[in-house]
Design a protein around this ligand. Structure first.
Ligand code: PEP
Ligand code: MG
Length: 570
């Protein structure tokens, strides 16, 4: 049995599928029989074509036609006669294996595209690399594992999962995730919670201990991964899953209600949204809005910068489904990379050139996104724009200036856009938290990003499982910092919400409610549990709980306080 950190609670049973993410290379080998080698090459092309067609259909079904078209381009490249001809002649003339010939030929095309000035053609290099790896996978008998083309219930095991790994994920078949690195606020964890998939992160050496095809039982209530469980354990798993289903059914009663305390104080519960795919869950769980729309997926699920039109379409899809929506401008960097945006390697990426720091410098990218947001928000009632990782007043003023420039550009272009949009910031850096009042004078709302605020307050990388013990959501130090932000915002009459992962943690949510938070935004799967709990307690009780927690010195005291409160009041 392996232990890890609970990233998304629940129970799952499925066959292990290990993602190693190695780049395949073919050694130079002679070809014994030219006809057999060419036939092997054709077979690999056929199998790859089948995969790409399936991926295309799946993407059209789960996402949309625009995304599906990427695979049409891949199919064309796969069947490129020039590449095919060169590979066949190399096999015949140089007497080398199909894998070696195919890698040599495609590599030349990749390098040629990589050197091109035009961004569109440079992006084609990534397409050919993708196809190259797929075909080589068949030729070397190590087929690529597509998370969107699964035949049985599966638990994915990986070092880490990026949003692009999970983009085409088959939600019917993927039952769980296990990763070797990451803590509760790593992006794998966030994605898993958003999709309602049980997940365990920080399970060191998982890839060493687990093999493809083994049965895994994930007890993501205890943080345990059981490999090839016996009958008795499997039976227990089934019981737990059944109990969980029953509990979910009970919570459903709260799905079409608004959130209020026992004495009628409203506290809207919003959902965090990381991709269009998650919109279904947002509606299903009765969220009252979207408090954090992470726009990164639009930029990460593709191999080139999305155009203004493409962005407008995606944003509109969200705005037409639910409102209010707080859209966050691009937060790239840290554990999120854009392959087509050449960035220098950094020693400390989480302390480096990420989020607003990067977008303020990448003017074209920022302007395109801001314009797209203003266009998509036209005629919508409540779309708000939020800047991530603001550390200083100057950054806020530059970001607002960029937004004003985007509006001016649309004005000159004669394009209609939303002229009354609320502008807010994320408070996720201690310098911003401590300067809350001054920042509040200059914007319309705050949303506290505790995932980063905790990592920067305790100086503990959120991706590093060795320091995961410093993820301390109940620590009075953090609570007092949050209270400073709430008070600073309220002194200037602006709303203060929380969109970090603690908002979806029942204990933390109770304390935040008691501290006077105006809105909580969380993984949709947590909305109903928290709505039900809040309906059982009064504002006064919550305030007393928060006051006592805030005046504690030790996190242990806060934990005791919380467990007593839950026992007596819920
Ligand atoms: C946060 O830092 O709390 C937050 C919500 O942003 P992200 O997790 O995307 O960094
Ligand atoms: Mg953050």
């Amino acid at each position: 049995m392996l232990k890890g950190k609970i990233a998304s609670e629940g129970y799952a049973v499925g066959k292990a599928l290990c993602l190693y993410k190695e780049t395949l290379h073919a050694e130079k080998e002679a070809c014994d029989d030219v006809r057999t080698c060419i036939q092997a090459f054709h077979d690999a092309l056929d199998k790859s074509e089948d995969d790409l067609r399936n991926l295309r259909d799946k993407t059209a079904e789960t996402l949309d036609e625009d995304h599906a078209e990427i695979f049409d381009a891949h199919l064309e490249m796969l069947r490129d006669v020039e590449i095919k001809g060169q590979v066949e002649s190399m096999i015949e003339n140089d007497n080398v294996s199909a894998a070696y010939a195919y890698e040599r030929v495609t590599q030349q095309f990749i390098e040629m595209f990589q050197e091109m000035e035009d961004e569109y053609f440079r992006a084609r290099a990534t397409d050919i690399s993708d196809i190259q790896q797929r075909v080589l996978g068949y030729l070397l008998d190590k087929p690529i594992k597509d998370l969107s083309l699964l035949k049985e219930d599966t638990v994915v095991v990986a070092r880490d999962l990026t949003p692009s790994d999970t983009a085409g994920l088959d939600l019917d078949k993927v039952k769980g995730f296990v990763t070797e690195i990451g803590g509760r606020t790593s992006h794998t964890a966030i994605i898993a919670r958003a999709l309602g998939i049980p997940a365990i992160v920080g399970a060191t050496d998982a890839l060493k201990n687990i093999e493809d095809g083994q049965t895994l039982y994930l007890d993501a209530a205890q943080g345990e991964v059981h490999i090839d469980p016996d009958e008795a354990l499997l039976k227990k798993a089934q019981q737990k899953q059944a109990q969980e289903e029953k509990h979910k059914k009970e919570l459903k009663k709260f799905s079409d209600k608004t959130t209020k305390t026992k004495d009628g104080k409203a506290l809207p519960l919003f959902a965090n949204l990381g991709s269009l795919k998650e919109l279904v869950a947002v509606n299903e769980h009765g969220a009252e809005g979207v408090g954090l729309f992470r726009t990164e997926f639009l930029f990460m699920d593709t191999d080139k910068m999305p155009t203004r039109d493409e962005q407008v379409k995606a944003y509109q899809k969200v705005f037409e489904t639910i409102q209010p929506v707080i859209v966050r401008t691009l937060d790239i960097g840290g554990d999120k990379d854009l392959p087509y945006l050449k960035q220098d390697k950094e020693e400390n990426p989480f302390l480096g050139h990420r989020a607003i720091r990067l977008t303020l410098e990448q003017e074209d990218l920022f302007q395109t996104q801001l314009q797209a947001l203003l266009i998509a928000a036209k005629d919508q009632k409540d779309v708000r724009i939020m800047f991530p990782m603001i550390a200083t007043l100057e950054e806020l003023s530059k970001a607002k200036q960029a937004l004003a420039e985007a509006a001016d550009a649309l004005e000159s272009e004669g394009v209609d856009y939303q002229k009354n949009v609320q502008v807010g910031i994320m408070i996720e850096i201690p310098s911003a938290a401590l300067n809350a009042r001054a920042l509040a004078k200059r914007c319309d709302f705050f949303s506290i990003g505790t995932n980063d605020l905790i990592q920067y307050t305790f100086a503990a990388d959120r991706m590093n499982e060795k320091v995961a013990y410093l993820y301390r959501p109940y620590d009075p130090v953090l609570l007092r910092l949050i209270k400073t932000v709430i008070d600073g915002g309220h002194a200037e009459n602006i709303e203060v919400g929380v969109c970090g992962e603690i908002a979806g943690d029942l204990n933390a949510a109770l304390m935040l409610a008691g501290m006077g938070i105006d809105e909580l935004s969380m993984s949709p799967a947590n909305v109903l549990e928290i709505r039900r709990a809040l309906s059982k307690v009064s504002e006064k009780e919550l305030k007393a709980l928060a006051d006592e927690a805030l005046s504690s010195e030790d996190v242990g005291d806060v934990k005791r306080l919380l467990s007593d409160f839950r026992e007596n009041s819920l």
